[in-house]
Ligand binder design. Structure first.
Ligand SMILES: Cc1ncc(COP(=O)(O)O)c(C=O)c1O
Length: 400
């Protein structure tokens, strides 16, 4: 009898974490590695939020909380949805989890039966298909194209829907492409779903605040109220408030689903960390200037990276609307040789050789379901980005 569960054969380790580890190993050997593989803001958590955490400890808010989260946080989340998304939710329609990850995982665990399908636009965040598989469902990846800005097209969505489709996950702005949907683009997708009353929608709005210029973020339930009853809108404080380590994510949706997720969480982790919940109350209710200032910094960095990669041979790099990633195509580098005589056959080879030759860590597109591409996270200083992009230019120019 095997000791490890069959479920393990259904999941892969995270490719992004593997690259980050390799970059760390090279650094430990003394190499000047620039790590562009990390998916978290390089800023510190804002001071007012840290203070709220410290205050919570001082006040003794250090005990178990309700499974779905403390009432002040669920009220703050309702306030956020009203203020920023024009969506009405009651605290009983909201659940707080240990990061957005737990929210997604429990939503799938609460709803998926074997054979149930979850539609995910590729390139996708690495964890979606793995979570779906762990929960016994089947992930259905729908390819998008660079020419469409890596956005899911309504016809492609329509074609992918089957009688087994339970969820459509929609991540805007996207990890890894940075693509964000306009109101019109989203409306075309929600129109498709109106024709399929059994399909639920799971918008992952984790990067909501990181959109640039005059782009306006919108979430599907706001655009199509008819979908409100079958939409679970997921969000969190990790990226917007540089709080990745605090582990607070949340979602709002129909009470029946929230209750099912609450039941699972009650036998799993119970309520999220009490201190982090109080810090999240301050993040959502307190001053919002951090959000605007980090958006400005990321906007500048996006422009810097897109412009410098635009000058690299063999790369094609669209300028995405948001998040802190770009997802260039390296199709024109495939089949070429490095100065050491290695042939670049895949995007995995491209990122491996780039790391070897120039000590720049990125993640191959195939890990996100779209190849040959690679993901660059620009959540690092402008100085690092300039140096890294110059190295990428040099590496690309060396390919023959
Ligand atoms: C698209 C997307 N959704 C959800 C998450 C999970 O966020 P959290 O750190 O709150 O679990 C991430 C984190 O990388 C992400 O990129």
């Amino acid at each position: 009898m095997a000791f490890l569960a069959d479920a393990l054969s259904r999941v892969k380790p995270s490719a992004t974490i593997a690259v980050t580890q390799k970059a760390r190993d090279l650094k430990a050997q003394g190499r000047q590695v620039i790590d562009l593989s990390v998916g978290e803001p390089d800023f510190d958590t804002p001071d007012n939020v840290k203070q709220a955490g410290i205050e919570a400890i001082r006040k003794g808010y250090t005990k178990y909380t309700p499974v779905a989260g403390i009432v002040p946080l669920r009220e703050a989340i309702c306030g956020k949805f009203k203020r920023e998304n024009n969506l009405e939710y009651k605290p009983s329609q909201v659940i707080v989890g240990t990061g957005g990850k737990q929210i997604l995982f429990n939503a799938f665990l609460a709803t998926l039966n074997p054979g149930d399908e979850v539609i995910i636009a590729a390139p996708y965040w690495v964890s979606y298909p793995e979570m779906v598989a762990l929960c016994g469902g089947t992930a259905v990846a729908v390819q998008t194209r660079l020419e469409d800005g890596f956005k899911l097209q309504p016809e492609a969505l329509e074609r992918a829907i089957t009688p087994r489709t339970k969820w459509v996950v929609l991540n805007s702005p996207s990890n890894p492409s940075g693509a964000a949907y306009t109101r019109d683009e989203l409306k075309k997708l929600t129109d498709v779903l109106l024709r399929h009353p059994n399909v639920w929608l799971l918008p992952d709005d984790m990067y909501e605040h990181l959109v640039f210029g005059d782009f306006t973020f919108v979430t599907p339930a706001e655009i199509e109220p008819a979908l409100y009853e079958r939409t679970l809108t997921m969000n969190g404080v990790s990226k917007a408030y540089a709080m990745t380590g605090w582990r607070i994510g949340y979602a709002a949706g129909p009470e029946k689903l929230i209750r099912a997720m609450d039941m699972i969480q009650s036998q799993q982790t119970s309520g999220a960390c009490s201190i982090a919940q109080w810090a999240a109350v301050e993040a959502l209710n307190g001053p919002q200037d951090f959000v605007a200032s980090s958006r400005k910094v990321f906007h500048e960095r996006r422009d810097l990276v897109v412009s410098m990669l635009g000058q690299a041979k063999h790369l094609k790099c669209p300028s995405p609307e948001g998040a802190f990633y770009v997802f260039p195509s390296c199709a024109d580098a495939i089949g070429r040789k490095t100065p050491t005589g290695k042939t670049i056959e895949t995007d995995q080879d491209f990122v491996t050789e780039l790391l070897e030759a120039e000590s720049v860590a990125t993640v191959q597109g195939s890990a996100f379901g779209t190849a040959p591409n690679f993901r660059i996270s620009y959540a690092t200083s402008n100085k690092n980005l300039e140096e890294a992009c110059a190295r990428i230019q040099r590496f690309c120019a060396s390919l023959v």
